[in-house]
Ligand binder design. Structure first.
Ligand code: PEP
Ligand code: MG
Length: 621
């Protein structure tokens, strides 16, 4: 349809259940991109904080987008996709129709099997790509179009190929990267069906791959291409098209292959067999490196691998400074089935469970029972480790259309987080009941409120918790405040009198302190949580909590950046919670210094004039 993010659409429906259908459709349209946005934000943060190889200044480079981290040196193999020459062999309409029907059935069965195989090898999320392909085959517009072409007297293979090409061209011509990626998916699944209709065409699509390790370059890779890659040979991927949220990028990350996407036309001019350096972390390809470049890159890779192996080896050990101060390390995860991976990465508990994810990407609200089961399962899987459950934080970037909240001009400054909970007992009450039921049934958890701005708000929330707890005769639990608004940091001393703990949400604290939208890509480099002004708010928070037996943690993105983690610990934060993959490097970093050294580092950071100067303290170490 050519719809871009932010476009307005008018959707109409007819029939008895039109209202219901419209509401389901509306919800679906609004919630589709919630997880994608969260992933993209995380990837951007990681790219910003990851160290990358410093190339010689005059070394020619192609700059694309980082799709999967890591660096490799190797020879290029340029995959040429031949345009298929599909003969137009006419046949009777009924024969053609039954051949098409059979091919569609066989392809769906093949995709179902491929999805199961992919789930076992790579995971559920990756397997869904092929289930989505099955849906593409159920598109009645496509089938109608192909039938029309056949009815005009064309053969089934030709009609199918033409139908797919017409639909895919329409999508790619719209200039929208998301729809262009869907065109790749459509051609991919289209070829599968075509090869069932005419198996002889399947051997004419590819040139033979080299039998030595190579960096694969292509205009775009279909999910089928990527899932079928010979990972004993392919050491990296680069495509001229596609974006970091494309399926190729998702699969490359899962396969652990460094990858760049959106490298542009120049990428396809690189001669087959030439030597390249591919830096997936920075999203760059270096062309014609000399021997010195190659050995410097290889040294970097060896150093990086040794460092990662060392970090991985010690990830189960505590993050203790050289003088024995332990910083607790938690994971930011949202579902019970993510616990095992978090623990295997070295998590000692869950420092942030974002419960709004129970509300996103669905049409209805999770019931009290469903919430209770999720919290209990989460705690059970943690086997006695700590769990901090953050109550619903809807609003701002996280919209849940099923709640039909009024539209706001400035949602980040509107009724979000605790402000919403205090206005909507129908959301707060079932969530608290579910939490206290889980506590009653043996869960070990703490409750944390997001976006608290004043002590009055927190006192009301605490009182409501107590009412619910008492009415259920449930055990009590620690109740904490997220420090994400400058006002809360400035009032930390008062809040600490009433809270059992603080967790600093540095993502929002940075956004509100610097007045920079956390989602605006143009401001991404400046919206730095290591800005000295943000660090001063963190210091105020820690100082405010000191006299009140209120410990301070941090769960925003900077807690998962090794340098950021070192500064936060030096400022007096005693618990850090992050995405599981960040844990090994953070633990390793914290073990490098004594607490006094970390305090000195934090002091220098507070005195620095700019965020760049704070980041440079890393190089000076
Ligand atoms: C934060 O703001 O730092 C935080 C952890 O909460 P969220 O990213 O979910 O807003
Ligand atoms: Mg937040």
């Amino acid at each position: 349809m050519g719809v871009r993010e932010g476009s307005s659409l008018i959707v109409s429906a007819e029939g008895a259940d039109a209202d219901k259908a419209l509401s389901v459709m509306h919800t679906l349209m609004q919630s589709l991109s919630a997880q994608e946005k969260a992933d993209a934000e995380l990837a951007l943060k990681r790219q910003k904080s990851s160290p990358s190889w410093q190339a010689r200044e005059d070394l020619a480079a192609i700059i694309g987008a980082s799709a999967a981290p890591g660096m490799v040196v190797g020879q290029v193999y340029r995959k040429i996709t031949h345009t298929l020459d599909v003969p137009d062999e006419t046949g009777s309409l009924s024969d053609n129709a039954s051949r098409l029907h059979k091919a569609l059935r066989e392809t769906k069965a093949q995709l179902q099997a491929l999805s199961q195989e992919t789930e076992q090898q790579l995971g559920k999320q990756e397997a869904k790509i092929f289930l989505a392909h099955i849906e593409l085959l159920n598109d009645t517009d496509l089938i109608t179009l192909v039938c029309q072409i056949m009815a005009d007297g064309h053969g089934v293979a030709w009609a199918w190929n033409t139908g797919i090409e017409r639909m895919a061209n329409r999508l790619s011509a719209l200039g929208n990267p998301v729809l262009a990626a869907r065109a790749t998916d459509l051609r991919d699944v289209g070829n599968r069906v075509l090869f069932h209709i005419a198996p002889e065409l399947s051997n004419t699509t590819e040139t033979a791959c080299p039998d030595h390790p190579y960096i694969l370059i292509s205009d775009d890779l279909t999910p089928s291409d990527t899932a079928a890659l010979d990972t004993t040979k392919v050491i990296g991927l680069a495509t001229s098209e596609g974006g970091p949220t494309s399926h190729t990028a998702i699969l490359a990350r899962t396969l652990g292959l460094p990858a760049l996407v959106g490298g542009g036309q120049g990428l396809l001019d690189i001669a087959n067999g030439s030597q390249l350096i591919l830096d997936g972390t920075a999203g760059r390809i270096y062309i014609d490196p000399n021997e010195d470049d190659i050995s410097s890159a290889q040294e970097w890779i060896t150093k990086l691998q040794a460092q990662q192996a060392k970090e991985a080896e010690s990830r189960q050990l505590p993050a203790k400074t050289t003088d024995g101060t332990q910083i607790l390390i938690g994971a930011n995860i949202n579902l019970p089935d993510q616990v095992a991976e978090a623990i295997s990465e070295g998590a000692e508990g869950v420092g942030l469970m974002r419960t709004e994810f129970l509300y996103l990407e669905r049409n209805d609200e999770p019931s009290e029972d469903e919430q209770y089961e999720t919290y209990l399962a989460m705690s059970k899987n943690l086997e006695g480790r700590d769990l901090i459950v953050r109550t619903l934080d809807i609003g701002g970037d996280k919209q849940a259309p099923q709640l039909a909240l009024p539209e706001e001009e400035n949602p980040f400054l509107g009724v979000r987080g605790s402000r919403l909970l205090l206005r909507r007992a129908d959301l707060l009450q079932p969530q608290l009941r579910a939490l206290y039921r889980a506590l009653k049934d043996g869960a070990k958890l703490s409750i944390m409120f997001p976006m608290v701005t004043s002590v009055g708000e927190f006192l009301k929330l605490r009182a409501i918790c107590e009412d619910v707890r008492e009415s259920m005769a449930a055990p009590s639990c620690p109740i904490g405040v997220m420090i994400e608004v400058p006002a809360a940091a400035l009032e930390a001393k008062v809040l600490a009198k009433h809270a059992d703990f603080f967790s600093i949400g540095t993502n929002d604290l940075t956004q509100y302190c610097l007045a920079m939208d956390r989602q605006n890509p143009t401001l991404a480099a400046e919206a730095d949580s290591l800005h000295p002004a943000v660090l001063k708010l963190i210091k105020l928070t820690v100082d405010g909590a000191k006299d009140h037996n209120c410990w301070v943690g941090a769960c925003g993105g900077i807690a998962g950046d090794p340098h950021g983690a070192a500064i936060l610990s030096g400022l007096g934060v005693t618990e850090l919670s992050m995405s599981p993959l960040d844990i090994p490097a953070v633990k390793a970093r914290l073990r490098q210094n004594s607490m006094d050294e970390l305090k000195a580092l934090a002091q220098k950071a507070l005195e620095a004039e700019t965020s760049e100067a704070v980041r440079q303290l890393k190089e000076a170490e």
